[in-house]
Design a protein around this ligand. Structure first.
Ligand SMILES: [Zn+2]
Length: 187
């Protein structure tokens, strides 16, 4: 639970028309690689997911919380407008002590750049889809399927260091059985 909007740093970003899809979240300042961008507001739980319409499903988030439980929440602005990219510039890191999830810069981000994350990170078979991807990245996978375990193997390997703590803990066995570190490849 986050106390006070000010801690979320929403002033560092703004919601504007996106080049990728609909509205997006644009950086109003530069961020260095690894820098926290925005704390995610996880304070509004979805009580009964089975009652949601497909239109409502778009605005929920399903994740493993710091206590190891599965949580389903209504995504709040601005983070609900962060678009998917197959070459994202941000990712999510949970503070294991406070439980607060934060988006962090995956690389240096310039003022005016749109923030993106990969919807397939830290997610398993809980996501509705697949849907076509129009992210425009050079290595676009053409589809958003929202499941780490069904990603191409080389992407699973590249994302391994980016997986969030609670997800790694809960799916330790499943991740191990992917055997991703056994044969490191050239990338
Ligand atoms: Zn894409």
């Amino acid at each position: 639970m986050i106390k006070g909007e000010r801690k979320r740093n929403p002033a560092d970003v703004s919601v504007r028309e996106s080049r990728i899809h609909g509205q997006g979240v644009i950086a109003r300042k530069g961020f260095l690689k690894g820098e926290p961008i925005l704390a995610i507001d996880d304070s509004d739980p979805v009580v009964d997911r089975s009652k949601l319409t497909p239109e409502q499903e778009i605005f929920i988030d399903v994740f493993v919380a710091s206590d190891g439980t599965q949580k389903t929440t209504w995504m709040k602005s601005p983070e609900r407008f962060i678009n998917h990219s197959c070459e994202p510039n941000a990712y999510v890191v949970t503070d294991m002590r406070s439980g607060v999830r934060r988006t962090r810069a995956l690389r240096d981000i310039r003022v005016g750049e749109e923030l993106t994350w990969d919807y397939a990170l830290n997610i398993w078979a809980e996501w509705i889809g697949p849907v076509p991807c129009h992210c425009g990245a050079e290595k676009c996978r053409r589809v958003i399927q929202g499941n780490y375990f069904t990603l191409p193997r080389e992407i699973q390997r590249r994302y391994l260091p980016l997986l969030d703590g609670p997800f790694k803990k809960r799916f330790r066995n499943e991740i191990q059985s992917l055997n991703l570190t056994a044969k490191p490849d050239a990338d």
